[in-house]
Design a protein around this ligand. Structure first.
Ligand code: SAM
Length: 269
């Protein structure tokens, strides 16, 4: 597809459009704009395959004419804008000395609990109070890898659209549905959810391979410091524990999610 969109060349870090994009690296402004930044040709091409087209495409001035950039521009049609920038500007935008050559500004995508149709649902992951962006990005990537439908973020959590989460998700942010809700909203929704809810808990009496897993299924994972709160644990159909055979008392939550998701997919097919 050949683009008909005009390209603006920018070499000044003081340019207002550059300042607006730079503001998306700050949670407050990102939330206000309901947009986020994703970096790298591979990620942007993956996004495009999932139907996500950037509002703004920014690329280094030596990338003009590059076939991947042309493909991304072509998909934008006449919508949005295209900025060709100097390395200095890209470094300022990404906060990196060795920046990616292409970044895209996307609308944030978010669903709600009511949109999870039980008859179509397969596997969902729910994280309570996740704080670490690296953990959240890794969970999104792992959920995508295991073929889950999406990730529910419960309570006070880190921003799923921060650059750290997007980077750690390695493009999977575009392939997972994301839902944010409060604990109360989750518990009300859960009381009507006909699927199986499995909680992971260090005090669980049974091992993680013991239950008869069946879809639709929701896997509930606790916070890094305090684990699953009691009301969340009580809302589960079953609690399971992954054996800890060494001296460590728990797994990193993203690792626990990976172990659980593959046990579930092995059991459910
Ligand atoms: N000190 C916390 C606690 O008491 O639960 C540790 C939290 S752990 C780092 C974060 C989450 O990962 C837990 O809430 C649980 O959902 C999951 N997790 C980690 N290790 C686990 C294990 N061995 N068995 C089951 N779940 C585990």
């Amino acid at each position: 597809m050949v683009s008909t969109m005009s390209v603006k060349s920018i070499t000044s870090t003081a340019n207002p459009q550059i300042k607006q994009i730079a503001s998306l690296f700050v949670r407050k402004y990102r939330t206000q704009a309901k947009q986020f930044v994703a970096e790298g040709i591979r990620t942007l091409l993956d996004a495009q395959e999932q139907g996500f087209v950037p509002r703004t495409l920014v690329y280094l001035d030596d990338m003009g004419g590059n076939k991947h950039v042309e493909r991304l521009r072509g998909a934008m049609g006449t919508k949005g804008s295209c900025l060709e920038v100097s390395r200095k500007v890209m470094e300022k935008l990404t906060g990196r000395g060795n920046p990616q050559s292409v970044i895209g500004i996307f609308d944030q995508h978010q669903g709600d609990l009511a949109g999870i149709a039980a008859h179509k649902a397969g596997i969902w992951v729910a994280l309570e109070g996740v704080r670490d962006p690296g953990n959240l990005g890794t969970v999104i990537r792992t959920a995508d890898s295991a073929g889950a439908d999406g990730v529910i973020l419960i309570g006070e959590v880190c921003d799923p659209f921060s650059i750290e989460v997007v980077r750690a998700s390695m493009g999977s942010i575009f392939n997972q549905k994301l839902i944010r809700c409060s604990c109360d909203e989750f518990l009300v929704w859960r009381s009507k959810w006909p699927g199986m809810v499995v909680g992971t808990h260090l005090q669980a009496k049974q091992g993680y391979r013991a239950p008869k897993y069946r879809k639709p299924i929701l896997l509930l994972i606790g916070n890094e410091q305090s684990g699953l709160p009691e009301n969340m644990a009580k809302a589960c159909d079953t609690l399971v524990k992954i054996p800890m055979r060494g001296r460590a008392d728990s797994l990193n939550l993203a690792v626990a999610t990976g172990v659980m998701l593959y046990a579930i997919t092995d059991a459910c097919g």
